[in-house]
Design a protein around this ligand. Structure first.
Ligand code: GDP
Length: 385
């Protein structure tokens, strides 16, 4: 499906940059336009693939290109004040060519955390195309303020978008990795999963006649509302012996093996590490996409995987299809679970955020009281004016 990507803040910009590289590398064709918005000049300068004219600096009058720190209320304010600057960049997009907007942001910081929901609300008012969010949750070790920001932003963002796709940094970190190195790796994981899904919806039906290719409308229908998570599993296959085995009349055996492989990949994708861990049975809708060389994809395999997911979720709205990739010696399964409601991580985030909010309020009140008593001399000393 064709997307207008908008990366908000540092994480958002870097991930959109990575989406552009990925789209190019796999010849995906799902990025129609890419914009990066930030209140920090250096973050915009650090991007490699987003075109210069699509990098929008906001809040210059207030923060002079230095960013908003981790103040997401300020992030929201400067976005509202400079929404016309962002709209100027969006005006250059051929909006009639896109299927949806996707706003990408780290929820724990300031600019993206505060600005992304404001932009989503603005786009919903102006355009009829769906507006999706890709929200990145902070690691639990990042501290109270990031958790509080993320919980408040999540609450607002999910309200303003048609669907919020979620990726939890906390589940994807590795011990002993530097923060920067870690993000580079994590960003590639993010982009591979979501990129494969969006690229799948971009293959024309004419390109591959035998099987059922996923359509952008199937992705849009699955993403109807709520929050979503993605699972992905893959396996290397031997692409050299196809002709020989069919010559030997082993097609039937092979077909059975391919069906089993696809079903097992769907199972692994669903029960393995999701971008946002959740109780799978709480999903309201789902989409199964099989990817790989066309000779390894078959309708029966996708159908079996789809049925398995139906049983697992108890949902009658599980779609299935394939995304043929002739350049790959891997077969994979992407599982999109949407409308999920049983998500322990979100409950935990909200709980920690509520505690952090209460602590912040108490500390602030105490500090004010202590400061007053520090400067108060009981009227014995006169101020200058
Ligand atoms: P902003 O520029 O004020 O919007 O804030 P940042 O985007 O720098 O940071 C917000 C949050 O995003 C952080 O708390 C991290 O959890 C996360 N983050 C920052 N950079 C990256 C990145 O490159 N990749 C990922 N996955 N997360 C990031």
């Amino acid at each position: 499906m064709k997307l207008a990507l908008i990366g908000f803040g540092q994480a958002g910009g870097k991930i959109v940059d990575e989406f552009l590289a990925y789209d190019d590398a796999v010849d995906g064709g799902f990025v129609e336009a890419a914009i990066a918005v930030n209140s920090a000049t250096t973050d915009l300068k650090g991007l490699e693939h987003v075109p210069q004219e699509n990098r929008v600096l906001i809040g210059q009058a207030r923060v002079k290109g230095h960013g908003v720190g981790a103040d997401n209320e300020l992030g929201a304010e400067v976005t509202e004040e400079d929404i016309d600057e962002i709209q100027g960049a969006i005006d250059r997009i051929q909006v009639h060519e896109i299927d949806a907007f996707l706003i990408v942001a780290g929820m724990g910081g300031g600019t993206g955390s505060g600005g992304a929901p404001v932009l989503a609300k603005h786009l919903q008012r102006i355009y009829t195309e769906p507006v999706y969010g890709l929200g990145i949750l902070p690691g639990t070790d990042e501290g109270g303020i990031y958790t509080l920001n993320a919980a408040r932003s999540f609450q607002t963002f999910v309200r303003e978008v048609d669907n919020l796709l979620v990726f939890d940094n906390d589940v994807w970190r590795s011990a002993g990795e530097s923060v920067e190195g870690g993000y580079d790796r994590i960003n590639k994981e993010i982009v591979e999963r979501f990129g494969l899904l969006f690229a799948a919806g971009e293959v024309g039906h004419g390109d591959h006649v035998a099987e059922s290719v996923v359509d952008s409308s199937e992705i849009i229908n699955t993403l109807e509302d709520g929050i979503s998570t993605i699972g992905y599993a893959r396996e290397t296959v031997d692409t050299s012996g196809g002709l020989l085995s069919s010559f030997r009349g082993e097609e039937e055996f092979d077909e059975g093996a391919e069906v089993n492989r696809l079903t097992s990949l769907v199972r692994k994708a669903t029960l393995g590490r999701l971008t946002l861990p959740c109780d799978v049975s709480s999903a309201d809708r789902g989409l199964v996409v099989a990817t790989g060389p066309p000779e390894h994809l078959n309708r029966k395999g996708v159908e079996r995987g789809r049925q398995w997911l139906e049983d697992e979720t108890g949902s009658m709205e599980i779609r299935g299809g394939d995304y043929p990739r002739t350049d790959k010696d891997e077969v994979g399964a992407i599982v999109l679970l949407s409308g999920v409601t049983d998500v322990p991580r979100v409950d935990q985030l909200q709980q920690v955020a509520i505690e952090a909010q209460e602590t912040t309020e108490t500390v602030r009140a105490n500090a004010q009281e202590e400061f007053s008593s520090l400067v108060d001399t009981g009227g014995e000393l006169d101020a200058l004016f």
